[in-house]
Design a protein around this ligand. Structure first.
Ligand SMILES: *[C@@H]1O[C@H](CO)[C@@H](O)[C@H](O)[C@H]1NC(C)=O
Length: 216
């Protein structure tokens, strides 16, 4: 391909990914989700703007630590249109993540959103892996006030390497970014994926696979 063809192809791919990967642009000032109306493929239906109040754009309680007593030792609190109806149609969401000492937010990705995260307490090791065929691994240790970006669709994690709790806030450019946790997908699907498929795919002993499936 000539270089201008490659450029055009790149531009086309980019515009496709923009169309497919991000939420629609709003066409009203707001479209506060009507909790009583059905959800459509493009999101919840708007409630009558005359009935909208300031509380539709409001949430309180994000200063409170979440319960991190679980096997991973972390908890994600996602503010989406179910919790803040005024977020509907705006293409953003927000999370607080709590990590107990040694806790991880396990390998996962968001099919519909990039993420920008900041540490407000403690220390986090973060990382993500690019798509194939390179599968490059980027890793960084963040302290309070540091900011890191996880590009949409890439597998990433955070880990609290210290012996004190850590807290991060993050924003995602989708009102419904989705979260695909790899371990849950691989070992915890319902019904289970055949252990022979996983054993061959991961090049692991079938007993290791069955052990994983029992844990998830
Ligand atoms: C935290 O969650 C664990 C596990 O679900 C539960 O046993 C425990 O009571 C919870 N702690 C608080 C303070 O709610």
């Amino acid at each position: 391909m000539a270089s201008h063809q490659i450029f055009l192809f790149g531009l086309l791919a980019l515009s496709f990914s923009l169309v497919l990967a991000t939420d629609n642009n709003p066409i009203f000032d707001f479209c506060v989700a009507d909790p009583k109306a059905p959800v459509t493929a493009s999101g919840p239906i708007c409630k009558d703007p005359k009935l909208v109040t300031e509380n539709d754009f409001y949430y309180t309680g994000l200063d409170k630590p979440a319960n991190t007593s679980n096997p991973q030792g972390s908890k994600v609190t996602l503010l989406n249109p179910q919790l803040i109806p005024g977020l509907n149609s705006l293409g953003i969401s927000f999370v607080r993540i709590d990590y107990q000492p040694g806790g991880i937010n396990p390998l996962h990705f968001h099919p519909r959103g990039s993420e920008i995260l900041t540490v407000i307490k403690g220390t986090l090791e973060v990382g993500f892996v690019t798509s194939g065929p390179d599968y490059r691994f980027f890793k960084k240790v963040l302290k309070k006030g540091d900011v890191f970006v996880f590009p949409a669709g890439l597998v990433h994690y955070q880990k609290n390497p210290m012996n004190v709790p850590a807290v991060a806030f993050a924003s995602l450019n989708s009102q419904n970014p989705g979260s695909i946790i790899l371990a849950n997908t691989v070992f915890g699907s319902k019904p289970e994926i055949g252990p022979d498929i996983l054993a061959k795919g991961f090049q692991l002993d079938k007993n290791v696979i069955i052990d994983g499936q029992q844990k998830f």
